[in-house]
Design a protein around this ligand. Sequence first.
Ligand code: V47
Length: 353
Amino acid sequence: MTLIEKIENDERIDFEEALSLYDLDVFTLGKLADARRQKLHGKKSYFNINRHINPTNVCKDICKFCAYSASRKNPNPYAMSHDEILKIVDDIVGRDIKEVHIVSAHNPDTGLEWYLEIFQKIKQKYPALHVKALTAAEVNFLAEQYSKSYDEILDLMVEYGVDSMPGGGAEIFDEKVRDFICKGKVTSEQWLEIHRKWHERGKQSNVTMLFGHIEERKDRIDHMMRIRDLQDETSGFNAFIPLVYQRENNYLKVKNFLTAHEILKTMAISRIVLDNVANLKAYWVTSTLKLALLSQEFGANDLDGTIEQESINSAAGAASANGVDLKEFVALIKDSGFIPVERDSLYNELKVY
Ligand code: V47
């Protein structure tokens, strides 16, 4: 049986086979990935109405790719008060927003309560609002900073009202690449352990992959394989989110940037390799809206959301500072030949447009 037949028969492929997929032409890959997508989701493309909040940019870690944290290149440190965060939440709830995605830098000066009590305050006021918050990198930071175990931090998250965990901080799991781009931060093993423990609590999360910097294709496949292994154990990942590296205002000197061709191939390959993760998110913030729409033909079935405001990726050059208008978003998905479906944070359908 050829590799293509194997994929068409929905058989699992191994590392070498996955890597060799990059040798196929982009259209063949697109066709294979689209068949998988259509079996699971037909022509539906999901999104949610959400708002990102990034409460502080003060960070004890130094990731070379990051343009968001306060540093020599971005000397504007800030940390929002809970009242400031609640004011944003008050405003968005009135506009039908159903999820807040709260991610911060690793600020050693705020105290553990500052990180956690805001979730409780939001949930007490708006029990129906989904709180997606704290990456595994933040969990690791809080555990180290306040001498707690992961179990203790994760239990506190549940107690204070975190509904699901975002997929940030995964970057690239290969230890050599990881050491170069973000040494000192949560390790790959720790990142996976934290998500395993979160899933063991009956909770769900996402997983990202930062690509297009110094990693090689084999590192991306390795990253996907480690995710697939954990997902076999827990089934806790809702979505895989490849993040296209943004080049501005950071310390990572990358000469060659990804072509659209390579991004689409990677999308398609991740749909094929991650046969146990239902949703592949084309995060328009880092890929551009146009390429995210095209990614729908290459396996992606989710376009994240309207976002409203975003600070981490836009600091590094992404055109996402102000989100996207809902009407325009829906029209773009329709015009591209897909069915826009508003979902909640756990992928229950809310409205088919
Ligand atoms: O982990 C930082 C990335 C992530 C850059 O779970 C960069 O639904 C590109 O994880 N170029 C945070 N990326 C964002 C994130 C996320 C986004 C949307 C949805 C979800 C979800 C999660 O942003 C970080 C890091 O990998 N990032 N700098 C950069 N220069």
